[in-house]
Design a protein around this ligand. Structure first.
Ligand code: GFB
Length: 399
């Protein structure tokens, strides 16, 4: 008899818990499309959106990650929790997976007839005939990934709302209160943004939120297995080599910019640690080998009991495996990469390396750097500080 009571108790508490999980938040919700850039950009935007949702005291609807595959015309939407756990985020603020929101709450909270898209000001459609001067619109589903993103959850919008001049910098103004006054939760239960309510690159104040982004068990385990089964025992250095053709083109903007993409992570948000220079974006092969060797030698001196035994290379294009293997062969250090391209597993492994050298301009590298900062793991950037300055400040480090 006793066990039946226990079973009933367990089942009912489970049902109660499940229902409570999907109880309506009277303070409202924030939804957005991570419609700009690939993973690194989306991750920067995610941290800002999380801070924004908390400042407005609305639940953040966790969007899927938007991915682009070669030869496919429509973006793919990958559930948020494929890569990251939901629970640790709850420690910071209320969040819900977009699929859970749409299947358990949307009918009640956000019926199809009341779905309004939010944009700063009118967004013109690429199809001229859709642009009506008397009826400005966000055209939230116009183009890729905009359409495919909202289509994933069968969301159509019946109207547009222009929120300008409101903005997202909740750290330096009373803007959160203004949002709350302009858009009360009873009249506007869901603020659905055409793009992330956040800046790129991530605001300095929001970098620390990275600590709530924990890899899903699948990626944590895959990274651990690779490190344990493929790499030799001992310390390893993780490298990010960003050198594909898109990057070569992007680096051309160095000439006429103060900052580019994630560059504030090394130069400082106000360029307090220097100006942009080409090698920061595209280090030469010689500089890469030199810097890697220098770091390995420094580790050998400072941590003789935890010598570097291998190097793990992540790259979007050229992993430089033979160049690096040749350069390190006399030191008895092996060089590795994943057998198949997997940007997420690359990131998870880089996060665990004993030492990391990344590209200061790349937001993909920035993700690794932030994650490592939360654990106190050391990171460096290619060709930073500028070689000349480094020689002057630390001549003993040179080979
Ligand atoms: O992440 P992401 O915005 O970083 O875009 P950046 C780069 C994408 O390239 C990643 C792939 O999301 C990956 O799909 N990728 C880059 C990699 N590095 C690696 C790697 O080490 N391993 C694997 N497997 N894949 C900038 C953007 O990219 O690139 C800008 O911020 C612009 O929006 C510019 O598009 C050209 O910041 O590096």
């Amino acid at each position: 008899m006793q066990w039946i009571k226990l079973l009933i108790y367990l089942i009912s508490s489970l049902i109660l818990k499940t229902n409570a999980q999907f109880e309506r938040d009277p303070n409202g919700y924030i939804a957005y499309c991570p419609c700009m850039g690939r993973f690194g950009n989306q991750a920067d935007h995610f941290l800002g959106s999380l801070a924004f949702a908390r400042a407005l005291n609305r639940t953040l609807i966790l969007p899927p990650w938007v991915e682009y595959r070669k030869g496919e015309l429509r973006s793919r939407q990958v559930p948020f929790d494929t890569y990251f756990e939901v629970e640790p985020l709850q420690e910071f603020h209320r969040v819900i997976l977009m699929s859970d929101f749409m299947s358990h709450l949307a009918d009640e909270v956000w019926p199809a007839s009341e779905r309004v898209s939010f944009c700063y000001m009118e967004r013109k459609s690429l199809q001229q005939e859709k642009n009506d001067p008397n009826a400005p619109n966000c055209h939230a589903k116009d183009g890729n990934p905009f359409g495919p993103f909202w289509d994933t959850y069968n969301i159509d919008f019946v109207a547009s709302e222009f929120y300008g001049p409101l903005h997202f910098d909740v750290h330096h103004s009373a803007i959160a209160t203004k949002w709350q006054q302009s858009y009360t939760a009873d009249k506007w239960p869901v603020l659905a943004f055409t793009g992330a309510p956040a800046s790129f690159p991530v605001q300095l104040e929001n970098r620390v939120l990275q600590k709530y982004l924990k890899w899903s068990p699948r990626y944590r385990e895959a990274a651990r297995e690779f490190i344990r089964n493929v790499l030799p025992r001992g310390a390893f250095v993780g490298l990010h080599l960003r050198n594909g053709i898109d990057w070569v083109r992007a680096c051309e903007h160095i000439k006429d910019s103060q900052q580019l993409f994630a560059s504030p992570q090394c130069l400082g948000y106000k360029n307090e640690r220097g100006e942009l220079y080409t090698e920061l974006c595209m280090p030469t092969k010689e500089a890469i080998v030199r810097q890697l060797k220098r770091i390995i030698k420094n580790v050998r001196q400072s941590q003789p009991k935890n010598e570097v035994k291998s190097v793990f290379v992540a790259s979007d294009a050229n992993h430089m495996i033979s160049e690096l293997s040749n350069a390190l062969s006399r030191m008895d250090i092996s060089v590795h990469k994943l057998p198949e391209d997997d940007p997420y597993l690359d990131l998870a492994i880089l996060g665990q390396s004993n030492h990391f050298i990344g590209n200061c301009i790349s937001s993909y590298s920035a993700f690794v750097k932030r994650e490592r900062d939360t654990h106190g793991f050391p990171s460096y950037f290619w060709s930073f500080p500028k070689e000349k300055e480094r020689q002057q400040s630390k001549p003993h480090e040179e080979l």
